[in-house]
Unconditional design. Structure first.
Length: 405
């Protein structure tokens, strides 16, 4: 089981908000894009940048060696993995790419993906399909708007090399039935690749319980870490089956004039140059989340997300578009007669941060639902009920007056 223990006491929201400088300046409903970092993360990141300026980057990295090494153990605790199964890279997309492009694809292979799959992942799969003669098939949704487990079971055969799914899509709060997907993929001999960008830090994620072979995640979203850093998990038995699409002197050792040896752990997917301050900040962010408890975080996020959906859906002219049997902290909606960017700008004028999602980010899903754009409001545990009421009131004013194209 995952190493975190459920908390019996509620989170001290007042203290956590005081620990978050951004809470004094904005109503931040864009945690799914880039969350507000707490003070310990800021202090650790800035302190390392200052140390680099004082003594030099190489020297500051040497000085921080033990902290950098402990990062792998912290991430392992967070997702229930061994440190040797973790790579820390520039971002979650690059983490995903390093593993998926490293799968030994063969002509005639099939890859199955979700209707709600993220645009960057879908584009990569289409490129792999063109390069290697692979077929990309989309698994239909069930009545909840999530991956149909029964349809997936019927689509799996010995040609399916991988099942690729985003745990929570960019354009809605649904949590895909990852454990059921993982069991089916494992039984069929297919790799299960899980993009957990929007779930790590928001909810408990246990790679063993989910049965995933590959998982990618980011620092900047619900983990509340700095930008420019992410991580990759690759299950130990398959690490050496994957050939990273590029290597350097960190990922491999030059053993002879015409030969090299690739690392045998997951750090074969890393490269030598990295954002050291970001890594240190990520380590603090992971420990911060572990200290609070992922169960406690998830309980609060789900409750806040449900409240926001309920309150937005009651506004005339506003439609909430979230699907899924289980929903998290991402809430997507449209305002009749209002362009998503115009609504976003109107909210920004009131110091309220939201984001937007367009058809290019989740084309399979949005085309199937007849959508071209959405407004995305994402809550996290520092969010308050009062902030939700402020956002709802602002959206109601916009809906009544129109944020026209």
């Amino acid at each position: 089981m995952i190493a975190t223990e459920p908390r019996t006491a509620p989170l001290d929201i007042e203290r956590l908000r005081a620990d978050t400088p951004g809470c004094a300046h904005v109503v931040h409903f864009n945690h799914a894009g880039d969350s507000l970092s707490p003070r310990p993360v800021l202090d650790a990141t800035i302190a390392h940048l200052e140390r680099e300026a004082e003594i030099g980057g190489y020297e500051a990295e040497d000085e921080a060696a033990s902290r950098l090494d402990s990062l792998y153990r912290s991430i392992g605790r967070l997702i229930n993995a061994d440190p040797e199964e973790i790579a820390v890279v520039e971002n979650a997309t690059r983490a995903w790419d390093m593993a998926v492009y490293g799968i030994p694809w063969q002509t005639g292979d099939r890859v199955l993906t979700a209707q709600s799959e993220y645009g960057s992942n879908a584009i990569a799969l289409l490129q792999i399909a063109r390069q290697h003669g692979v077929t990309v098939d989309v698994v239909p949704n069930d009545e909840h708007g999530q991956v149909s487990v029964s349809a997936l079971a019927g689509m799996l055969d010995d040609r399916v090399t991988a099942v690729v799914v985003s745990h929570m899509p960019t354009n809605g709060g649904l949590v895909q039935p990852a454990a059921e997907i993982g069991r089916l993929a494992r039984a069929a001999g297919a790799l299960f690749v899980l993009d957990a960008c929007q779930t790590v830090g928001q909810m408990p994620v246990d790679v063993a319980a989910l049965g995933c072979d590959i998982l990618s995640a980011t620092s900047r979203k619900f983990l509340r870490g700095p930008r420019g850093v992410g991580f990759l998990y690759v299950r130990r038995p398959i690490v050496e089956r994957l050939a990273p699409p590029f290597l350097d002197i960190h990922a491999a050792t030059w053993t002879a004039a015409d030969d090299y040896e690739v690392r045998t752990d997951a750090r074969r997917f890393e490269n030598w140059e990295s954002n050291v301050a970001g890594k240190i900040g990520l380590g603090v962010a992971v420990e911060y989340a572990l200290d609070l408890g992922l169960e406690a975080i998830w309980d609060r996020v789900r409750s806040l997300g449900a409240l926001l959906r309920q309150r937005l859906a009651a506004i005339p002219g506003v439609a909430v578009h979230d699907q899924g049997r289980i929903k998290g902290g991402i809430v997507t909606f449209t305002v009749a007669g209002g362009a998503a960017d115009a609504v976003k700008a109107a909210l920004r004028a009131e110091a309220i941060n939201v984001s937007t999602s367009t058809v290019t980010s989740t084309r399979f899903d949005m085309e199937a639902r007849g959508l071209t754009e959405l407004i995305r409001a994402s809550v996290h545990y520092p969010t308050t009920e009062e902030e939700i009421e402020r956002v709802v009131a602002a959206v109601a004013r916009i809906a009544s007056g129109g944020a026209h194209r």
